[in-house]
Design a protein around this ligand. Sequence first.
Ligand code: 5GP
Ligand code: ZN
Length: 122
Amino acid sequence: MSHHHTDDNCIFCKIVAGKIPSKKVYEDEDIFAFHDIAPWAPVHLLMIPKAHIPSLAQVGPEHEALLGRMMVLASKLAAQEGCNPYPDGGFRLVSNTGTEGGQEVHHLHIHVMGGPRPWLRG
Ligand code: 5GP
Ligand code: ZN
């Protein structure tokens, strides 16, 4: 039983709960990270808060620490999962927000992409 707010119809909430399997790369009290099911770069992870926050459009001052931790974690997970070191390697963070932002899953997530080019997209 989680103390986080969840949405029963949300696929990322189901992934956090283990109801949908995923290739997990990281988990702590507030954050979960796993491999994207349809990667378009050699490394393609999704980092999500365990709480069901629909998108970056819904965040406020109460989320500053969480988002800060996710930004710092991104670099660590990128390296851990095989992204080459900065500056010749590196990685890309993307958080699609809303329909015009290209968001398909409405649970806040940060794509962490990297690895040798060319990539499938981007
Ligand atoms: P968005 O377009 O909302 O920014 O990205 C959603 C991402 O979630 C897509 O890259 C898609 O491949 C990924 N995705 C959707 N469903 C699943 C799933 O069930 N498992 C995993 N691991 N990734 C998923
Ligand atoms: Zn959710």
